[in-house]
Design a protein around this ligand. Structure first.
Ligand SMILES: NC(=O)c1ccc[n+]([C@@H]2O[C@H](COP(=O)([O-])OP(=O)(O)OC[C@H]3O[C@@H](n4cnc5c(N)ncnc54)[C@H](OP(=O)(O)O)[C@@H]3O)[C@@H](O)[C@H]2O)c1
Length: 231
């Protein structure tokens, strides 16, 4: 088995298990104190990965926000924010989006072979475009990131990407934040899609921590034998 980074999946959901609202509009499921916690988790990672759907829908910057945390990273000889990573099959990504246009850290795009030329034409001036194979597999992405020196990876969604990391058993912990409201529409995106998950009624995940953060709750699950107790 190739080596892979220690991998933390992180997302916030509604009480009915949705990642966002029924329209493509970004829905705030977190609160300020939790965003501050997420900032600390980010600052301790070498790379942050999101799916191309999240890059398009949310236009996230994926930077460490707190200047003290940025300075601490720089004092250690690191970029102010972790490397940004995405996966795409169709390469319909905008080089001017915040993912590519903000921050000085490296950006890596794992692209399916069929769209590699398109991806290189659109993005090679703002990112390292890597041939991810016929269908980009998360184990291959994880192993390649490890080869590039990434030892701690944070995966921040969306649902399709989380599903693949979970079903491939390529994650070590899950940070699930539950917001105190319902979305109430099956048009919205669920936290995960259908899949054969290693954690099921016959094999329950270990709940390592619960933490109330204002009006949301963090559920921290241990997903592998490598799980590190201290968050
Ligand atoms: N609440 C939260 O914490 C949170 C966090 C993040 C996102 N979100 C929400 O989640 C929604 C997006 O989730 P999503 O599930 O639609 O999208 P996603 O997981 O962010 O991205 C899916 C896209 O990633 C690419 N991709 C995924 N697996 C791939 C593979 N194996 N090979 C090649 N490409 C692959 C494909 O891109 P192409 O289509 O380009 O080929 C696919 O359409 C957004 O609405 C966002 O607001 C919520």
């Amino acid at each position: 088995m190739p080596e892979r980074p220690y991998t933390i999946l992180s997302c916030s959901i509604s009480l009915d298990g949705y990642l966002g609202g029924p329209t493509g509009e970004r829905l705030v499921l977190s609160n300020d104190a939790d965003l501050c916690r997420v900032d600390h988790v980010r600052a301790e990672c070498d790379a942050i990965l999101v799916g191309a759907g999240t890059v398009r829908d949310d236009n996230p910057r994926l930077l460490v926000r707190d200047p003290v945390l940025r300075e601490r990273r720089e004092a250690m000889g690191l970029a102010a924010s972790p490397t940004k990573v995405t996966m795409t099959r169709h390469a319909q990504l905008d080089a001017d989006s915040n993912f590519f246009a903000t921050g000085d850290s490296e950006k890596i795009v794992y692209c399916a072979t069929e769209s590699l030329l398109t991806a290189r034409r659109r993005l090679a001036h703002v990112a390292t475009v890597v041939d991810g194979g016929p269908d980009v597999e998360v184990q291959r992405v994880s192993a390649d990131l490890h080869d590039r020196g990434v030892r701690r990876l944070m995966v921040e969604g969306g649902g399709r990407v989380h599903t693949q990391f979970l079903t491939s058993a390529a994650a070590d912990e899950l940070h699930l934040v539950v917001a105190p409201f319902f979305v109430g529409s099956s048009q919205a995106r669920r936290f995960v899609e259908d899949g054969a998950f290693p954690w099921n009624p016959g094999h329950r995940a270990r709940l390592a921590e619960t933490r109330q953060i204002g009006d949301v709750v963090l559920l921290r699950y241990a997903l592998s034998h490598r799980f590190q107790e201290s968050a």
